[in-house]
Write a protein of this length. Structure first.
Length: 77
């Protein structure tokens, strides 16, 4: 594959992309997010809301703790 045709995984993901990674619908993602079950918080870039891919990967590896637990774990660094 030529260099210009290679795909690069984005560092920041939209809500729809995160839902896809998690294997759930976008509405289920928003429901989990509003209830505090999604640990990582998004970042804002202008009007865009995105989630950090690496943080999501780490959160998943840690068995998807709740937001409160996740934020506590981040403070342990």
């Amino acid at each position: 594959m030529s260099a210009d045709r290679q795909t690069i995984d984005p560092f920041l993901l939209s809500a729809g992309e995160v839902a896809g990674v998690l294997g759930i619908s976008r509405s289920a993602f928003y429901s989990l997010l509003s209830s505090g079950r999604i640990g990582p918080l998004p970042v804002r870039l202008g009007r865009s809301v995105r989630w950090n891919r690496r943080e999501l990967e780490t959160w998943i590896a840690e068995k998807c703790p709740s937001r409160d637990r996740w934020l506590d774990m981040q403070g342990d660094d």
